[in-house]
Each structure stands twice: as structure tokens, then as C-alpha cells.
Design a protein. Structure first.
Length: 382
């Protein structure tokens, strides 16, 4: 190889490094990854404590990894080569049987979980007169481990949910999602999307029935809803991360009450009110699950004009992750005003908010994967 060719390769390599470094600083910083359904690493904080504990180094590495230019495109390229090698895992996503994709689930850090459950218990202690329920839903890998590819392994979410239940036992009313999902796991009706991390609307309906019965309400039967398939072309977050080919898209269903009751949806971050809980514009986008409630918002309220005999509660606060989005429309048939806080983005004092709005009933709704890794849960202590 000639020296001229060597120079071309060297300067080409240097040019690419320079361009990528420049883009790293010029491209806008994202706070949340819709693809991976998680908060991205914030800019590392330079303090003596962080330097001494190596937290600054770890946070810096995670920050560079999370905000690397065109990260999604690199994942797609990697996936193509992995599939050519007949690999069944890419970027933390397994390609299982029956068209299912699964997110890897390893043994969690139980010390972190204890910290989060302690925050939940502190929240309960701060509100001794409140009626607080905690629903914890498994993800698809927890319910269908037998559908993982050969030799793939997953830590049992049953153990994690049971551990969390033991930690909060006696403090509040706990609903383990395995209780109402496991009996339906063999059903021909999917409880989870095959290409996405969320449960289906049918899975959310089963959660609604369980919660309503726990609250002493009479849940609406499926025959009381018009069940509409709003799209047959949903390829969700697992597909985006894994980039596996040859998958059949999911369908999304909406359960709309036949009684025609209307609900107004107010978004605090945009100061806008909508007369529907569904945003059909998302059906033309990649993130079709945001059809429910218009996606993620730090604070929102749902107001329904319920007949006196139909209203089971005046007010309810739901502190949640995105599993609640297809679940909340069911609750509007029982509660006049539902206040919804996404703890990942809401930075106000939740206790102050409850006091200001006269709220005495609370539902915590999270999936297992979110709960064990979401440090924003510590906001519950205050």
C-alpha cells in the first residue's frame, strides 16, 4: 500500500472522528428515548464526591453512549450484520417464538429496589388518610419466558414482583399484575404487543377490571364498548431497537364506551384542552402507541361529566409510567376528575399537589422494568 493511500485512510479516519465529535456537541440533546422507553443520561455533574466515587466517569460514559450521533442508525446497521450471522439478540432485544420480541431482563440491584420501595412507603406515611393502591405489571418477558429463543435466559419477574410486594406489605393495597394476566397467558388474544414494550388494550382492560373490583366498583363488560382496530401496522419500540426483519406488525385496539360519555383532556405542559383522549395523528407516525392520551406528559387531567349514579369517585391521582395510557380511559367511566402525573417528568411536589386539589385516592401504576430502574421514584419521599 502506497504512502498516498495511507495518508488518505489516516486523514479520512481523522475526518470522521472530527465530524462525529462536532455533531455530538451540535445536535440537540434528548431527555427521553421513545425508542428505548427510558430517560437518557443527563449531563454528568462534576463534583469532588462524584470524582472520588467514580460516578462522574460512569455518568460520562453513559452520557456519551446515550447521545452518540445517529445512534438508532448504528443499531440498525449492527442488527443487519447480526441477523446475517443468525443471531437472535440485538441491542438487548431477543427474537423469540410466535413473532414476539423481548427485552433482556437481568437480575436487578435489590438495594436500589429497597430504596424505591422505601420511597413508596414514605409517600404512604406522608398521607395517612389517603387510599393508596400500587399496581405492578410484568413485561412480556416476565409472562412468556417459554417463548425466548434457545439458550436465552431471563431473571424471573415473579421473584422481583414478590420482593416488592413483601417490601410494601402492610403499607398499601398491592396488586401484582401476574395475578390477572397469568390466567390469560394461554389465550389466543394477545396481552402484549409482539413488537413493543406495552401491554395491549385487552391487557389494560384486564388490569382495569381487577382495579375496579379492588375499589368495590362494578367494572364495565367488554360488550359495553365498541372495540375498534385503529391500525394494523404498529411496529413498536422493541422492533426499533432490535431492527429484526420479517416481523408481522401489531394491531392496536381502542375500547370506546357505547354510552357516548365525553371526557375532556387537559395537558398542563401545553396548557391545551382536548375533547378526546385519542390522538389519531400518531397513527401515521412510528410511535403509534401515543394514540392513547397523546403520548407522555408530566401532568394532565381527565374530566368526565358522569351521571350521579355512575360516579364512583370524585377525584383520583394516578402516578404512572406509559402502561397507564391505554388503561386510564377505562377509569373515566368511574371517576369524574383523574389527575395524572408522570413521575419521570413532573418536578413539582406531589404532596403539595394532592393538598391543593383535595385528593385522597391514589393509584401507582408501573411496569416492573420501569420501577426497578427509575430513580425519579425517589420524588415520592417529599
Amino acid at each position: 500500500m502506497s504512502k498516498k493511500t495511507d495518508h488518505v485512510f489516516v486523514w479520512g479516519f481523522v475526518g470522521v472522528l472530527f465530524a462525529m465529535s462536532l455533531l455530538f456537541f451540535l445536535l440537540p440533546v434528548q431527555a427521553f428515548s421513545d425508542v428505548e422507553n427510558r430517560t437518557l443520561q443527563k449531563s454528568p455533574e462534576l463534583t469532588w464526591d462524584n470524582l472520588w466515587s467514580k460516578k462522574f466517569a460512569d455518568d460520562t460514559e453513559n452520557y456519551v453512549t446515550d447521545h452518540f450521533p445517529f445512534r438508532t442508525n448504528w443499531v440498525w446497521t449492527k442488527s443487519v450484520f447480526e441477523q446475517l450471522r443468525l443471531q437472535q439478540e440485538n441491542n438487548g432485544i431477543y427474537k423469540g417464538s410466535d413473532g414476539y420480541l423481548f427485552e433482556k431482563f437481568n437480575e436487578p440491584n435489590y438495594k436500589d429496589i429497597e430504596e424505591y420501595t422505601a420511597a413508596v412507603e414514605k409517600f404512604v406515611q406522608n398521607h395517612p388518610n389517603a387510599n393508596i393502591t400500587f399496581m405492578l405489571a410484568p413485561t412480556s418477558i416476565g409472562l412468556y419466558p417459554e417463548r425466548l429463543p434457545w439458550l436465552a435466559d431471563a431473571y424471573p419477574q415473579t421473584k422481583v414482583n414478590s420482593f416488592i410486594a413483601d417490601q410494601v406489605k402492610g403499607s398499601l393495597s398491592f396488586i401484582d399484575g401476574f395475578e390477572f394476566l397469568k390466567p390469560e397467558a394461554g389465550s389466543s388474544r394477545p396481552l402484549y404487543y409482539k413488537t413493543d414494550h406495552h401491554w395491549t388494550t385487552y391487557g389494560a382492560y384486564l388490569a382495569y377490571v381487577t382495579y375496579a373490583e379492588k375499589m368495590g366498583w362494578t367494572p364495565m363488560a367488554e360488550k359495553d364498548f365498541d372495540i375498534e382496530t385503529v391500525t394494523n401496522s404498529f411496529l413498536g419500540s422493541y422492533h426499533t431497537r432490535g431492527q429484526f426483519s420479517g416481523l408481522t406488525p401489531d394491531s392496536i385496539e381502542a375500547y370506546k364506551a357505547k354510552n357516548g360519555m365525553k371526557t375532556d383532556m387537559y395537558m398542563a405542559d401545553t396548557d391545551k384542552t382536548f375533547t378526546t383522549m385519542y390522538d389519531s395523528s400518531y397513527l401515521e407516525k412510528k410511535d403509534k402507541y401515543s394514540y392513547f392520551l397523546g403520548g407522555v406528559h408530566a401532568l394532565m387531567t381527565l374530566h368526565s361529566e358522569l351521571p350521579p349514579k355512575q360516579a364512583d369517585k370524585k377525584k383520583l391521582l394516578v402516578i404512572k409510567d406509559s402502561y397507564a395510557h391505554s388503561f386510564l380511559p377505562f377509569l373515566t367511566q368511574h371517576v369524574e376528575d383523574i389527575h395524572v402525573i408522570d413521575i419521570r417528568y413532573y418536578n413539582g411536589n406531589i404532596s403539595d399537589y394532592m393538598e391543593a386539589n383535595g385528593i385522597e385516592d391514589v393509584l401507582l401504576l408501573f411496569n416492573t422494568t420501569t420501577f426497578i430502574a427509575e430513580r425519579n421514584l425517589l420524588k415520592l419521599k417529599y
